[in-house]
Design a protein around this ligand. Structure first.
Ligand code: GRF
Length: 231
C-alpha cells in the first residue's frame, strides 16, 4: 500500500449494513476509502446505503452457485479485480473457505458481536443472556480458517442489565460496534495494525489474546489503547 494514498477497502455485507454506514461516515475524515460494497444477498439494505453514497456495489448471490468453493472463487476474483488492500466483513453471513481466507491472509477483518473467545457462531446475545453474563460486547478480529477464531484486535464491553431482551442487548452492543470498527480499520490503513504468524500486531507489538480495549469515552488516540502492563 502506498503511504500517500488511502487504504482501499471492500466491505462485504449481507443485511442492514449499519456497520457499513459507520464506516462510510468515518471514511470521509479518515485514511481509508471504500472502493466497493459486495453483498451475497440482493435484498441487503446496506446496498442502498452504499449506492446513496456513490460507492460501487456488486451482488454475488451464493444461491447461484453449486458449491461454497465456486461462490468463494467468484467472490475472490471480483475482489482481485477491484484491487483492495483490506476486506472488511460487516455482517457478512457466509463462512469463507480456506482457499479464500489464505488468498487474502492478513487482509480480512471481521466484527463479531461477543467477547471472543466466548460465543463464536450465531445467537451470541441470547447465549450471553442464557449464561447469565454480567458483561457482553464486541470483538474485531483477523479472519483465519478458524471460524470466529482468528487473532482478536480489539474489544469493547457493555453491561448486561437486569431484564434485558435480546434486542435491547443487541442494540447496546451495536452502538459500540459502530465506534470500534472504523477505529480498527484506520489502524490497519495507517500501517499500525498487521497480522503476522497468526498474531495481531499493533505498533510492532503482539496484542494479548483479547486484543486492546477501546472505550467510547476515550476514543481519541493514544488514550483509547489499554495494553496490559507486560506489553
Ligand atoms: C452486527 O451485529 C455484526 O457484529 C454481526 O452482524 C451484525 C451486522 O449488522 N456480524 P449490520 O448489518 O452492520 O447492521
Amino acid at each position: 500500500m502506498n503511504q500517500l494514498t488511502s487504504c482501499h477497502i471492500a466491505v462485504l455485507i449481507s443485511g442492514s449494513g449499519s456497520n457499513l454506514q459507520a464506516l462510510i461516515d468515518n471514511s470521509i475524515a479518515s485514511n481509508f476509502k471504500i472502493s466497493a460494497v459486495i453483498s451475497n444477498n440482493p435484498d441487503a439494505y446496506g446496498l442502498q446505503r452504499a449506492e446513496r453514497d456513490g460507492i460501487p456495489v456488486q451482488v454475488i448471490n451464493h444461491r447461484g452457485f453449486d458449491s461454497r468453493e465456486e461462490f468463494d472463487l467468484a467472490l475472490s476474483n471480483a475482489i482481485d479485480e477491484i484491487g483492495v488492500d483490506l476486506i472488511v466483513l460487516a455482517g457478512f453471513m457466509r463462512i469463507l473457505g480456506s482457499t479464500f481466507v489464505n488468498h487474502f491472509s492478513g487482509r480480512i477483518l471481521n466484527i463479531h458481536p461477543s467477547l471472543l473467545p466466548r460465543y463464536p457462531g450465531i445467537d451470541t446475545h441470547q447465549r450471553a443472556l442464557d449464561a447469565g453474563d454480567k458483561e457482553h460486547g464486541v470483538s474485531i478480529h483477523f479472519v483465519t480458517e478458524d471460524l470466529d477464531g482468528g487473532p482478536v484486535v480489539a474489544q469493547d464491553r457493555v453491561p448486561v442489565l437486569k431484564g434485558d431482551t435480546t434486542e435491547e442487548l443487541a442494540a447496546r452492543v451495536l452502538e459500540k460496534e459502530h465506534l470500534i470498527y472504523p477505529k480498527v480499520v484506520s489502524w490497519f490503513a495507517s500501517g499500525r495494525l498487521r497480522m503476522k504468524a497468526q498474531h495481531a500486531i499493533l505498533d510492532g507489538e503482539p496484542l494479548p489474546p483479547t486484543g486492546v480495549e477501546v472505550h467510547r469515552d476515550t476514543i481519541t488516540e493514544p488514550s483509547d489503547i489499554h495494553l496490559p502492563d507486560h506489553l
